[in-house]
Design a protein. Sequence first.
Length: 377
Amino acid sequence: MGARGGVEILLTAIIVIFVFSVLILIHEAGHLVAAKRAGVKVEAFSLGFGKRLCGKEIGGTDYRISMLPFGGYLRMAGEDPSEASGGTDELASKPVGKRFWVMASGALTNYVFAFILFSVVFMAGIPTLSNEVGEVLKGYPGEASGIKVGDKILSISGSGTEYWDDIVEAIKKRSLPGEKLDIEIERGARVLSIKVTPNISTITNIFGQKISRPMVGIAPKNKIISVSYNPVQAMYHGGKRLLVLSGMTYKGIWMLITGGMPMKTSVSGPIGIAHLMGQAAELGIIPLLLITAHVSMALAIFNLLPFPVLDGGHIIFLVMEKIKGRPLSVKVQEWITQIAVFALITFAVMVSWNDIVKFTPLGDRANSEVKVEEAGK
């Protein structure tokens, strides 16, 4: 590896650490604001982990910089039930409703930050495929109807198609059994109208499910254009993108739980996310902002899962307390938490190993050795 390659890896590592740190700090800042509003004493808010290097106490909180510059943490009085002394400024002494907002605020802040980032990207210019045909697949209706490479799809059965996403959506919505699509194309200086009856084909979606979709048999030209919107439109499109991705994420989680989707090929941890983030950083600021928005959304959703140790687990304890009229005993909470920690560590190890196999040279070497062994059989 040359000096240039080493510098690129170092810069990528710095960018990845910086992005992760920002997202973690935003998460903790959400807890900080909610705790302060609830009257909970926040003992420390740290940028980084480990030994305290410097800081300043403001309003009873030690705002500090610590030795390991990765993320940060928040420490609230009475956060650990076993250490609570009954003080009125402790988290454990506050009503269930206030504790709920303190626990949920970190994830909600990450979610709002994702919305802001998506909106910024749509204002600055979202990378989008043009409406130009780059490939006509053999044996499909598009070829038979006379669509050619270089044609621009202007509309499909009355739906304007300025970008390739519009084309995909129009084919899906406007295709009716036994009816032709009226496709208007621009070819050079001419505008032509072509009738196409889509095939109904079985494809595999991102969740590994077999679904039926109308297919014309055309693919986009690898021509990326930047599309920007005014602030109001950007917020609309940013919110829409966030909601769609959130729905897809929850569907993916459900399919993982029910066995409908394999974890090995469908889940990535910090190593996989860092790899994707590094690739995005090489492409420019907009792709990096997009992947950061995705990660911020995923961090919000993951933290609200009803699993002990995570914020969602603490919320479940609060719901049980509200129903029973009293909190679970400290012993029971510790027992449940210890089991959850073991399960979470096991899950993290499995996901990290899959990431190593998929995204690192060690995985490439292991796969090569397997192929050599199989070839020798």
